[in-house]
Ligand binder design. Sequence first.
Ligand code: 3SL
Length: 234
Amino acid sequence: MIKIETCLTPEILHLHQLEGKIAVVTDVLRATSCMVAGLNAGVKSVIPVKKVEEALTYAAKGYVTAGERGGVKVEEFTIGNSPYEHMEEAYHGKSICMTTTNGTVAIDAARKSADQVVIGALLNVSSIGRYIKEQQKDVIIICAGWKGNPSLEDTLFAGALVDQLKEEVEITDDATYMALSQYQSAKNNLSEVIQNHASHAKRLSGLKAQNDLAFCATEDYCDVLPILNGDEIT
Ligand code: 3SL
């Protein structure tokens, strides 16, 4: 049976073993939702980097750059961190170098030891579920959280994924059970729960990014399965 565990914040990733596992990294608001939505719309690949300076070296080579710090677009970047920007036609067929406060940090932490890094969001949760069933390999869900704290929306993604897999997995930690229970109580009004209770939703509303909230809370908007291959997510 597939074993599944959840790391609610990268701060405690050192307590988990990643070797031999598929790491599903999520940052529902909004990094991984942008990646999923962009790739689904036609973006060629996403290159996640940890630092703004690194992204600027890609900008100098002519790459599209995207991301934020504190939710606000980095001034020198082409676009910020709204999934609607990532879906724009201008970026179809292009590679986007991206850095964000938490999402790309979590990806960077995961890639160091996991066998494979898969990018998850509520937007593509069923694609991830199907892939895990096919692979029959142990899984760790890594939630990006916010600056070291767990976040409700990422925990709900973890629960949504486990809910799909519950007949086929063995839950090996309390965090996964907590995520599943949280999702099962919220699943009929996921968008409202996120918008009304997630601290990052409140932060984003203050930044006039309300339109992103309902979109990122949409389960199964698309069918893409973004996987990190070398430096690129395709
Ligand atoms: O922290 C992150 O990685 C971002 O997704 C945060 S924000 O939603 O763009 O503010």
